[in-house]
Design a protein around this ligand. Structure first.
Ligand code: FUB
Length: 656
């Protein structure tokens, strides 16, 4: 049967087509296949990433409601998503709302940020007080996903005009600072409790340090003070009603952090439409030095689709990322924004290269372990969300809801025939999987089949590797977990996984899906060698029976796996901000790891790329820089861990 998604190809094909500038698919399909925007079922804005001590990267977002009221931001809560590979994102649902602040009003839940300190999570948000003025509140939680509660029962600061967009950084000496504001910029030094600030901070006005950035503050644009703020935040020309309103470029949405000894303030800049600019300083309170643009509002003649932008910068697994928002999701615009991510690069002096907004997003920095419980809401994309852009009636396919299962979180719901989810880079290991389990709920009689989950590897063409019958438990909220067998000779190695849901054509709510898990094949213990041939029996003393403790069984013997041979690189060629490497195939290799850096000895700032083929093109490199690279092959050892062979000789490429 031809399915409604038969024409969709693998994301790799889309990326390749995009790279070759070949238009092979309708734009809507390309959107569905790309990993930017990273959230595709609701509109999200103002991303605030946090690399958590639990090893995951969390991104907190504000939320543009589907229905925009009074032609203005309609925003009532904040959402949270996490990943540990940068491509598969787990949805943690709504983690904070204006209801959590008794003193606050609806429709003003704007750009927040979460900061971890001493095992607690502090969620700083701008929100209007009941009198309608902006204010900054703080809520505290014991886990990155909350619950968060307001310990103050009043704003941390404000209400006052234009108190929006707080950003917090805890410096190396333990002193935390919070910047905020549009169009003026403010900062306070937070106390150690993170929910109050030092009202007597030297040089402040009752604790507040202010950078005056509006024209009104400077009758004389040639004044020392005006020139001083322009040196810190650039020379701006934003006009309103024919009058210059901003003599600087700073607009709003500051993101404050430290990297490699330099302090950074990255912010929305240059009026409307906003781009992203940055300033640097040697100390947390400046003076700042304006450094330029990081992301334009227009790339190749195409706008981002949103008149605002909002940065969030984070270091994760050896990479630096810029989170931002665009209007690129289906039906997107300035009040229907969507969070995206691209990698950013620092030059040796700490300055940051300009990057475009992309639809490809970033490369994976890890693989997904299918032998641990995986939430069904952990996906790279689905054919049935807003991103697919194929829903003329405005009823998007798969939805998510708070999960009624005892484990909480969210689950997938409103699943209909031929909807699918896509999970990238799933590592089944060398020995493979023998079982597949899923936890679902369906509003059918106990034991009756409500639909199927078909699991495909790498492509939805061909045969599924698992066909799981979703059975009911009697009502829509009785959760049922079943297990089926799968063939380990097929389900092994690294794959992208499609889970396709099938069932009655007309039913728009076949079942709900909470989580899934595979079971790994366990190598059976090697049988003990036979006893040596007994020699002639010696005379024996009388037998006395003594109770013996049970003998512990020996751990299963593991077959020894040899490391693969050294790689020989045959081509190292420069491209425009890219380099292409080719090497000879190594017998038995399951994949290759490429190590590259601008550091000659390949000891510092080394990045890696893991590939299956004997060729790679590494993109987004620094223009004009010389890169050094080496390649190693790997196999899987008996514990399904990668076992690397010797690295190739170092090759050198000067990027164009
Ligand atoms: O999301 C509402 C406002 O738009 C934010 O607070 C600003 O940073 C801009 O993104």
């Amino acid at each position: 049967m031809r399915r409604k998604w038969d024409f969709i190809k693998k994301p790799a094909a889309v990326v390749l087509a995009a790279a070759l500038c070949i238009t092979v698919m309708p734009a809507s399909v390309k959107k569905a296949e790309a990993i930017n925007p990273i959230v595709q079922d609701v509109y999200t804005a103002d991303p605030a990433p946090m690399a958590c001590s639990d090893g995951r990267l969390y991104v907190y977002t504000s939320h543009d409601e589907d229905e925009t009221l009074n032609g203005f931001y309609t925003m009532n809560d904040w959402k949270c998503y996490s990943t540990d590979d940068m491509v598969n994102w787990t949805d943690h649902g709504t983690v904070l709302s204006y209801h959590d602040f008794e003193w606050a009003k609806e429709n003003s839940s704007w750009a927040g940020q979460v900061v971890e300190r001493d095992g607690k999570f502090y969620f700083y948000v701008p929100i209007n007080a009941k009198n309608g003025q902006t204010a900054i509140g703080v809520a505290v939680g014991d886990s990155p996903t909350g619950p968060f509660t307001d310990p103050l029962n009043e704003p941390l600061i404000g209400p006052a005009p234009n108190y929006i967009d707080p950003t917090v950084w805890v410096d190396d000496d333990g002193q935390a600072y919070m910047y905020w504001g549009n169009p003026d910029l403010y900062c306070v030094a937070l106390n150690e409790d993170m929910i109050s600030y030092d009202k007597e901070y030297p040089g402040s006005d009752k604790g507040i340090i202010k950078w005056e950035l509006e024209t009104n503050d400077y009758k004389d644009l040639e004044s020392e003070e005006c020139k001083n703020v322009q040196a810190q935040f650039g020379v701006g020309t934003r006009m309103d009603n024919g009058k210059l309103r901003r003599p600087t470029l700073y607009e709003e949405g500051p993101w404050f952090y430290k990297h490699d000894g330099h302090y950074y303030l990255v912010y929305a800049a240059n009026g409307i439409p906003e781009r992203i600019d940055y300033s640097m300083a040697d100390s947390p309170l400046g003076p700042w030095e304006y450094k330029g643009m990081i992301m334009d509002d227009n790339v190749d003649g195409k706008g981002s689709g949103s008149f605002t932008n909002h940065p969030g910068v984070v270091e994760y697994k050896g990479h630096s990322y810029l989170f931002y928002h665009t209007g690129k999701l289906f039906d997107g615009n300035g009040y229907h924004r969507s969070v995206a991510v691209d990698e950013i690069f620092y030059n040796e002096d700490g300055t940051i290269d300009t990057i475009p907004f992309t639809s490809e997003g970033v490369e994976p920095v890890g693989s997904l372990n299918p032998y641990k419980r995986v939430e069904a809401e952990t996906i790279e994309y689905s054919n049935s969300l807003k991103a697919a852009g194929s829903d003329p009636l405005g009823k998007y396919g798969i939805e998510k809801e708070p999960c009624s299962n005892s484990t909480g979180g969210v689950n997938l719901c409103d699943i209909s025939n031929d909807d699918y989810i896509f999970i990238r880079n799933v590592d089944f290991g060398q020995h493979g999987a023998v079982k597949f389990s899923a936890c679902t709920a369906a509003d059918v009689e106990a034991g009756a089949v409500a639909g199927k989950i078909e699991v495909y590897l790498d492509s939805i063409d061909g045969d599924p590797v698992a066909e799981y019958d979703v059975k009911g438990g009697g009502d829509a909220d009785t959760w049922v977990t079943n297990t089926i067998e799968v063939d380990k000779s097929v389900v092994n190695g690294l794959h992208d996984v499609y889970m396709v849901f099938t069932g009655e054509e007309e039913n728009e709510s076949l079942f709900k899906f909470d989580y899934w898990q595979f079971t790994q094949y366990e190598i059976p213990p090697t049988p003990a060698p036979p006893n040596p041939t007994p020699s002639a029996p010696a005379p024996q003393p009388p037998v006395v029976s003594v109770p013996q403790p049970p003998v512990p069984s020996a751990p299963p013997a593991k077959a020894e796996v040899k490391a693969p041979a050294k790689v020989k690189v045959t081509l190292a060629k420069a491209g425009k901000r890219s380099m292409t490497l080719k090497w000879k195939k190594v017998s038995g290799a399951r994949g290759y790891r490429v190590y590259y850096s601008t550091n000659k000895s390949l000891k510092k700032a080394v990045k890696i790329a893991t590939v299956k083929k004997t060729k790679v093109t590494i993109k987004k490199l620094k223009k004009g820089k010389t890169y050094y690279a080496r390649v190693a092959a790997y196999v899987y050892d008996s514990n399904s861990k990668k076992l690397f062979g010797k690295k190739s000789a170092v090759v050198k490429v000067k990027v164009k």
